[in-house]
Design a protein around this ligand. Structure first.
Ligand code: AMP
Ligand code: GLY
Length: 420
């Protein structure tokens, strides 16, 4: 089979490395891929949002199956375009991807079908939003409606700060058009867990749970980032919590999307908070998480391509989806200064790394891999227990070098403490 994987980050690298293990795979194209994955895929200079070019390329090369990894092309309807020319793909269509594309849609879906989430209101009028904010007790959570790369959320510690957040989104286009509509919601507390699930709209199979670390600095300080490291499984996600999430959240979400005429096929990502009242949805994503994928897929025992094909062909119940009974740690190495200003163009060297490296913000210059982005790579180690996986990932981090190397020193520590 010839496969095309859309996207070019660490998540895509992790997906490609798993797809490669299937013996029927002859070729994997990465569009656009990155300079760190040239040993695993043929990188093609077509970007994830060049939808027409992607379709043309896949037709010309007679690609058999497309894996659409990032949110933007899913939300823009790449799946629908591929369907129109008869090329099967993994990922939801445009109607189903709205569960990530519009927070207002997602919130209204949860309200209608009584899926546990933070209480909220949606506003398109700034005066009304400000009046509502004035009646709340901080902290106040203000979210831009559309996709803003995980950065469109402001947790305001005071009413003036909440007013400022609303104003910056609605009048100053802080997140572009994404902020024309805002969602203001109740502040929830509790440990967060990411659960990725395969679903073909009939069957839903959760993958091993994980814990991302979104803040840039040690001790969960500093700015929100795309994610600085992940451990899996997440110790807060006990069997009891998992059963409750399945019953109260996962299955109801699947049914709700079907009832709305938007059957979801692909990877549905549940960002949950485990509150005193049980698990509640913080966000849905219509795709694999990044960097969750870099910690979760290395634990997958089953064949990823077979699962993805079964999802698309709506026969997920027929294939086996099994995970190792082990732990993993994916540690992100970033460019110092990320998520704000950082320098790029520095050569990356490695010596004796034992785990798997998933490249993200890199390119190839004269045969060398050099940094080109904020999150440069993730290194993942799998061990029988979490403490050893964390220690091994940190040992690997010391064996990788580039001038601006930066990483958090406490990835997984909260999870370790929770286990005790
Ligand atoms: P989101 O993009 O919706 O996942 O939000 C990003 C981060 O903001 C989440 O991972 C949470 O840490 C935090 N967050 C979002 N909504 C809430 C909420 N209602 N209460 C507390 N924290 C929240
Ligand atoms: N790691 C969070 C996300 O992929 O949205």
């Amino acid at each position: 089979m010839k496969i095309a994987v859309i996207g070019g980050g660490g998540r895509e690298h992790a997906i490609i490395k798993k797809l490669k293990l299937n013996p029927t795979v002859e070729r994997i194209y990465a569009l656009p891929g990155n300079g760190g994955m040239t040993g695993d895929a043929e990188c093609v200079q077509i970007k994830a949002m060049e939808l027409d070019k992607i379709v043309t390329f896949c037709r010309e090369k007679a690609v058999d199956f497309v894996v659409i990894a990032p949110d933007d092309p899913l939300i823009a309807g790449l799946k629908d375009m591929l369907n129109a020319v008869g090329i099967p793909s993994f990922g939801p269509d445009k109607a189903a991807a709205e569960i990530e594309g519009s927070k207002a849609f997602a919130k209204e879906l949860m309200k209608k079908y009584r899926i546990p989430t933070a209480a909220y209101e949606v506003f398109t009028d700034e005066a009304a939003a400000l009046a509502y904010v004035d009646g709340l007790t901080p902290p106040v959570v203000v979210k831009a409606d559309g996709p803003a790369l995980g950065k469109g959320v402001i947790i305001a510690e005071s009413i003036p700060a909440a007013r400022e957040a609303v104003h910056s989104m609605m009048s100053e286009s802080r997140f572009g058009d994404s902020g024309k509509r805002v969602v203001i919601e109740e502040f929830l507390t509790g440990p967060e867990v990411s659960v990725l699930a395969f679903t073909d709209s009939h069957t839903l199979v959760p993958m091993v749970s994980s814990m991302d670390h979104k803040r840039a600095g040690d001790g969960d300080t500093g700015l929100n980032t795309g994610g600085m490291g992940v451990v899996a499984p997440n110790p807060y996600y006990t069997k009891a919590v998992a059963d409750r999430a399945m019953r109260e959240i996962f299955i109801p979400t699947l049914n709700a999307m079907n009832a709305e005429g938007r059957p979801f096929k692909g990877c549905l990502y549940f960002g949950l908070m485990i509150t005193a009242d049980g698990p509640k949805v913080i966000e849905y994503n219509s795709r694999f998480g990044d960097p969750e994928t870099q910690a979760v897929l290395p634990l997958l025992k089953s064949d990823l391509l077979q699962i993805m094909l079964a999802v698309e062909e709506e026969r997920l119940s027929e294939v086996s989806v099994e995970f190792m009974d082990k732990s993993s740690c994916a540690l992100v190495l970033a460019s110092k200064g990320y998520p704000e200003k950082y320098e790029t163009g520095y050569e990356i060297t490695e010596n004796g790394v034992q785990g798997e490296i998933f490249y993200a913000g890199v390119k190839r210059v004269d045969g060398k891999i050099v940094t080109s982005g904020g999150r440069v790579l993730a290194v993942t180690e799998v061990r029988d227990d979490l403490a050893n996986a964390i220690a091994a990932a940190y040992a690997d981090a010391d064996r990788i070098d580039f001038k601006t190397k930066y990483f958090r020193h406490d990835i997984g520590q909260r999870a370790l403490a929770a286990k005790k």
